[in-house]
Design a protein around this ligand. Structure first.
Ligand code: AMP
Length: 321
C-alpha cells in the first residue's frame, strides 16, 4: 500500500505562514501556444510549463526561472513575467524560434490533445544553474527528461531541501528511460491521472502511486483535473476535490499553475511536512481554478492575492465535514 493513514485535508495550516522563506527555482519551458477549446481559439498565446509555474508561485514567494526562448519571443511576454517577483536573469535568448505547442480540447476539458510540438530552441538548450548559492526548492517543470537530468547532475551532492518534477505523455512515450532516471532522484512527482496510468501501466491510481513510489519519489501528487488531486506523502494519503467552477474556459496551464502554487507555498513555509503539503496542495488547486477562467496567463494577471484567500476559505468549507 502506498499509504497507511488517511488524512483530513481540511486540517491544514492557513497562509501566509511566517517562517523563513526558501529560494525557489524552476527549470522548464517558455512557449508560444496555439490553443483551441470548445469556447474559442487563440493563436500565439503566451504559455510554457515554467511560465505558468513561475507566475503562480510568485503569489507566495520570489522565484527564479531557468529557460530558453528564441529571438522571436515578444518583449510584451517578457513584460508579463516582469510584473511579478520572477528573476529572469537566467532566461536565455538563443538564435532560433521559441518552443511552440498547438493543442486542442474537446468537450472533455481534462484532456489536452497535442496537435503539434516544435521544440525549436529547446533542441540545443543546456540549462545552467548559475546561482551563487544553490536553491533550497527546485522544480523540474515539464520538459525533456534529459534536460531534467542535466539539471540534477548540476546539483549532485548538494543537499537541496526539496526537488519535485512534472512530466507529460509526450516524454513518457519518447524518453521513458531518462524519465525513470529523473524519478529516482526527486522527492516528489506531480502528474495527472492519465500520465500516472501511462507511466505505470496501472489503471487503478492507488496501485499506480505505489508503483511510482517504487520508482523513487516519496511524495506523489496525482492531479485529476475537475476531480481534484490525490496526495501520497510517505505513508500518508489525502485527497482534495477541485474548486467547484461553473465555467472552465481554457484548461491550459492548470497543471503548471497548480504545481507553482504548491511549490510557492512550500518554499514560503520553508519546510515540507504533511501539514504544509496539505495547505500547499489546496492553494495550488485554488490558483489553478483561476488560471482556467481565461486563455493563457490572462486571469492570473488580473488576480489579487485577496481573491486567492477568499476562494481558499470557501474551498476549506466545502472540503470539511
Ligand atoms: P498544462 O499545465 O499541463 O496544461 O501545460 C500547458 C503548457 O505545457 C503549455 O503552455 C505548453 O506550452 C507546455 N507544453 C506542451 N507540450 C510540452 C512539452 N512536450 N514539454 C514541455 N512543455 C510543454
Amino acid at each position: 500500500m502506498p499509504f497507511e493513514k488517511y488524512e483530513n485535508a481540511s486540517q491544514a495550516t492557513r497562509w501566509p505562514v511566517s517562517k523563513a522563506m526558501k529560494q525557489l527555482v524552476v527549470v522548464g519551458t517558455v512557449a508560444i501556444d496555439q490553443v483551441k477549446t470548445p469556447f474559442g481559439e487563440r493563436d500565439r498565446v503566451f504559455g510554457g510549463s515554467a511560465s505558468y509555474f513561475s507566475y503562480a508561485a510568485s503569489f507566495f514567494t520570489p522565484v527564479a526561472l531557468v529557460a530558453v526562448v528564441g529571438r522571436d519571443f515578444p518583449p510584451d511576454y517578457r513584460k508579463v513575467l516582469e510584473e511579478k517577483a520572477i528573476d529572469l536573469s537566467h532566461l536565455e535568448v538563443s538564435d532560433g524560434k521559441t518552443f511552440f505547442w498547438r493543442g486542442e480540447y474537446g468537450n472533455d476539458l481534462n484532456t489536452a490533445h497535442t496537435l503539434e510540438t516544435q521544440l525549436n530552441v529547446l533542441m540545443d538548450f543546456n540549462p545552467r544553474l548559475k546561482f551563487e548559492t544553490l536553491p533550497d526548492f527546485l522544480f523540474l517543470a515539464n520538459m525533456d527528461p534529459a534536460l531534467q537530468l542535466s539539471v540534477l547532475d548540476q546539483v549532485k551532492g548538494a543537499k537541496l531541501k526539496y526537488v519535485a518534477c512534472d512530466t507529460m505523455n509526450f516524454w513518457i512515450e519518447n524518453k521513458r528511460e531518462d524519465l525513470l532516471r529523473v524519478l529516482k532522484r526527486v522527492h516528489c512527482v506531480v502528474l495527472n491521472d492519465g500520465e500516472a496510468r501511462q507511466l505505470t501501466g496501472e489503471s487503478n491510481l492507488i496501485r499506480a502511486a505505489a508503483k511510482m513510489r517504487e520508482m523513487g519519489p516519496n511524495h506523489i501528487v496525482i492531479k485529476k483535473g475537475e476531480h481534484g488531486a490525490l496526495v501520497f506523502f510517505e505513508g500518508h494519503f489525502f485527497a482534495l476535490p477541485a474548486y467547484p467552477l461553473e465555467s472552465v474556459f481554457d484548461p491550459t496551464g492548470a497543471g503548471d499553475s497548480f504545481a507553482g502554487g504548491l511549490m510557492g507555498c512550500l518554499a514560503a513555509a520553508g519546510e515540507v511536512s504533511l501539514e504544509t503539503m496539505k495547505s500547499a496542495v489546496a492553494m495550488g488547486s485554488i490558483v489553478a481554478s483561476f488560471t482556467v477562467e481565461d486563455f493563457g496567463l490572462e486571469r492570473l494577471r488580473r488576480l489579487a492575492r485577496a481573491e486567492l484567500d477568499e476562494r481558499l476559505e470557501i474551498f476549506r468549507r466545502v472540503c470539511s465535514f
